[in-house]
Design a protein around this ligand. Structure first.
Ligand code: NCD
Ligand code: ZN
Length: 404
């Protein structure tokens, strides 16, 4: 199907990829195909996006959020359940999956919310969902949240863990160290994350969302748990307040420059790079809403950083594709390898652009990465079918009930 510089088994090789029924049948120097300009990487998996929709269509929809994902070289998203209404019953889960079936431009999966109202019957609900869909995880379970129903205490967590055989993803911030106020980095201390991780690790192993401190990262590295880092915690410190102003709030908050530099230097030791794509309109941001959009810009910014040696292509591909697939159980995703889906993103490395919110596809209409250098994919293939050509979306490719 394609020939070019393919990222295969940890390095670039000049080879061809043969595809049959959406899956890779052969990879090799002798395999023929159309020659592509640029490098062929596995398309990314973003295990942490908030695609809103339902009663928050003004911020984002599954359609606009997955369109943004496609333009950013992402082939599979894991949506988070803190929607309005919350995805806390099988009915709402099924309803949302039906929307995705009709509207999504990339493969779509959805985490289920653990709440104080459903925790006693969570095992029964999870069983019902699993009969119909691949459920990636319970989460992101909030140890701290303004909505009391979503704020789960450590005791509830302990009880659920002992009853459930599911991956649990945690938003680990301890309420004791979180105070209301703007900018929130002055009121949600690093202790909030460190204490929550410490306490959670005593309960079980988890996948920790968006880790932003050295101490929490080091504790998790020494455990059986896994963690993700986000582009914003790797690139933005509290100094960005001068540039972002009202838009600066994000949970967990931005940290000091030292902490940010440490996280970026230790990128190779993180398990996953995920965007925590949390779109809010500029008006919502002015009112202090926490979160940055990022599903479209994550891979392009990091491909650019890889060309400059800030991270290696090997680490990038591992954290944006291979590890998410392994940790979340997406068996046929994550690598350019025989037997896996032909989910590919082609990047022309000389094609450096400056990010401009007007050209992005999220409905929220702004980006904290304005003017950042990035290399956007020119072609994206979803299960062997071209979905993006010359940076333009082709027809809808995904029409499946249960992609995984
Ligand atoms: C998240 C959102 O907007 O859904 N925002 C964020 O800053 N990560 C929710 C949250 O974590 O508070
Ligand atoms: Zn989140």
């Amino acid at each position: 199907m394609l020939r070019g510089r393919i990222f295969y088994r940890g390095e670039f090789v000049e080879a061809g990829i043969e595809v049959e029924e959406g899956k890779i049948r052969r990879v090799g120097k002798l395999v023929d195909g159309r020659k592509v300009k640029g490098v062929i990487l596995p398309a990314g998996i973003d295990v942490h996006v908030h695609l809103r929709d339902f009663e928050e269509k003004h911020k984002e929809t599954i359609e606009t959020g997955t369109e943004a994902a496609l333009h950013g070289g992402i082939c599979l998203v894991v949506d988070q359940p803190n929607t309005k209404p919350v995805v806390d019953s099988e009915d709402i889960y099924f309803r949302r999956m039906e929307v995705a079936k009709k509207k999504a431009f990339v493969d779509y999966t959805l985490n289920f919310a653990l709440t104080n109202s459903n925790c006693d019957e969570i095992d029964i609900i999870v069983e019902k969902i699993r009969r119909k869909y691949y459920l990636p995880a319970i989460g992101e379970v909030f140890i701290q949240h303004n909505n009391e129903d979503l704020q789960i205490g450590y005791e509830t967590l302990r009880k659920v863990v002992s009853e459930l055989q599911s991956l649990i993803t945690l938003h680990a911030e301890d309420p004791e160290f979180v105070k209301p106020g703007f900018p929130n980095f002055r009121f949600r201390s690093r202790e909030a994350e460190i204490r929550a991780v410490e306490k959670a690790l005593k309960i079980s192993s988890f996948h920790f969302c968006h880790i932003s401190t050295k101490d929490a990262a080091e504790m998790i590295m020494e455990s059986d748990s896994t963690f993700e880092v986000t582009p914003h915690h790797l690139l933005f410190s509290t100094e960005e307040y001068a540039r972002l102003g009202d838009a600066v709030n994000v949970n967990p908050p931005l940290r000091s420059r030292d902490e940010v530099e440490w996280l970026l230097r230790n990128f190779h030791r993180a398990d996953v790079l995920a965007s925590d794509h949390a779109p809010h309109t500029p008006e919502d941001k002015k009112a202090g809403a926490p979160g940055f959009p990022g599903v479209e810009t994550m891979y392009p910014i990091f491909v650019f950083l890889a060309t400059r040696g800030v991270v290696s292509f090997r680490d990038l591909v591992e954290k944006i594709a291979a590890n998410p697939a392994k940790i979340f159980g997406f068996r046929d995703y994550g690598e350019i390898e025989v037997g896996k889906f032909a989910n590919l993103a082609v990047f022309e490395l000389k094609n450096v652009e400056e990010i401009n919110a007007d050209k992005l596809h999220s409905k929220c209409g702004w980006t904290p990465y304005e003017s950042f250098k990035a290399i956007f994919p020119k072609e994206v293939y979803l299960r062997g079918t071209e979905a993006l050509e010359c940076g333009e979306r082709l027809g809808r490719v995904i029409e499946t009930d249960n992609p995984v």
